[in-house]
Design a protein around this ligand. Structure first.
Ligand SMILES: [Zn+2]
Length: 80
């Protein structure tokens, strides 16, 4: 069974990196394998000072996370 890559809990998100070449034509794109994360590990990854990811990558990840969260909370409100 799939588990969160950090804490081993129930994963709620799959994180993929999409890497695109900027100079090579035609453009080559490659999507990484999914890294499964639970909600709290994904949230705390930005606050974790031991993080091995550069801040700019974490920021872009959290922008996507915030967008998904806003969308899902709007869906919940609509359902009620
Ligand atoms: Zn976790």
């Amino acid at each position: 069974m799939s588990v969160c890559a950090i804490c081993g809990g129930i994963p709620e998100f799959a994180v993929n990196w999409l890497l695109s070449t900027r100079r090579m034509r035609p453009r080559v794109q490659k999507c990484s394998v999914s890294v499964l994360l639970c909600d709290s590990c994904l949230q705390s990854s930005r606050l974790n000072l031991d993080s091995e990811l550069p801040m700019c990558l974490l920021d872009s990840l959290h922008e996507a996370y915030t967008a998904i969260n806003m969308r899902s909370s709007r869906t919940r409100e609509g359902a009620e």
